[in-house]
Design a protein around this ligand. Structure first.
Ligand code: E4P
Length: 223
């Protein structure tokens, strides 16, 4: 399973890239706003900087709410950089925009996907990625990961050329479950990526190896 980083923070991306496991980045207007980005020009500069750091898909979301506006923004955003994937929401306007831009060869990440029916519509329109939002479904008392599993089944059963991108990941167990149900990608916040590196028994193991090594060195240096 691939790992994308879910952030617009350049420092987090720089640090995550050093781990060598990140093959893409997802952003959204909230993540951009958190970094002080408030217009498409600033969003573009940040995305071009991200493209210098990560050699994989970078998802950038439209902010328009009507289909015409989304199509215009999608065309503009897609031209920023070859790595850019345009995020379009799972709404009537979003599907109408997908119907236009997918045919033009623009790669789309269908975002804010909360049902199998929405996923089917995106798959039929030829989106490159479908993003079920696991954490937000869990927050509402639903089983977010069950939707990921259903979408994986849908995409494989009918051989749609789309990747299932588990999004709204809140903790390391979500990543494990995404693997178990066969998601192609999980997009993780930096904090979760760091949590994934850690296990207390690894720390204890290192401590013990270091102590034993030092003891052996001391014993050998004694006359
Ligand atoms: C993914 O593409 C979204 O940006 C993200 O995963 C949303 O996560 P949240 O529900 O934690 O905001």
């Amino acid at each position: 399973m691939e790992l994308f980083l879910d952030t617009a923070n350049l420092e987090e991306i720089r640090q995550a890239v050093r781990l060598g496991v990140i093959s893409g980045v997802t952003t959204n207007p909230s993540l951009a706003a958190k970094e002080g980005i408030g217009d498409l020009e600033a969003y573009k500069s940040a995305v071009l900087e991200i493209a210098r750091l990560v050699h994989g898909p970078i998802s950038v979301e439209v902010t328009a709410l009507d289909a015409e506006g989304m199509v215009a923004q999608a065309r503009d955003i897609a031209a920023w950089h070859p790595q850019v994937v345009v995020k379009l929401p799972s709404t009537v306007a979003g599907f109408q925009a997908m119907a236009v831009v997918c045919k033009e060869g623009i790669r789309v990440n269908q975002t804010l996907c909360f049902s199998l029916n929405q996923a089917l519509l995106g798959a039929r329109l030829g989106v490159a990625f479908i993003s079920p939002f696991v954490g937000r479904l869990d927050d509402e008392g639903h089983q977010g990961m069950a939707l990921v599993a259903d979408i994986v089944h849908l995409v494989r059963r009918y051989a749609y050329p789309t990747k299932v991108l588990a999004a709204s990941i809140r903790h390391p167990l979500h990543v494990v479950e995404a693997m178990r149900v066969g998601a192609d990608i999980a997009t993780v916040p930096f904090k979760v990526l760091m949590q994934m590196t850690h296990h207390p028994l690894t720390d204890v193991g290192i401590q013990r190896f270091t102590q034993d090594w030092e003891k052996a060195g001391l014993a050998r240096s004694r006359p």
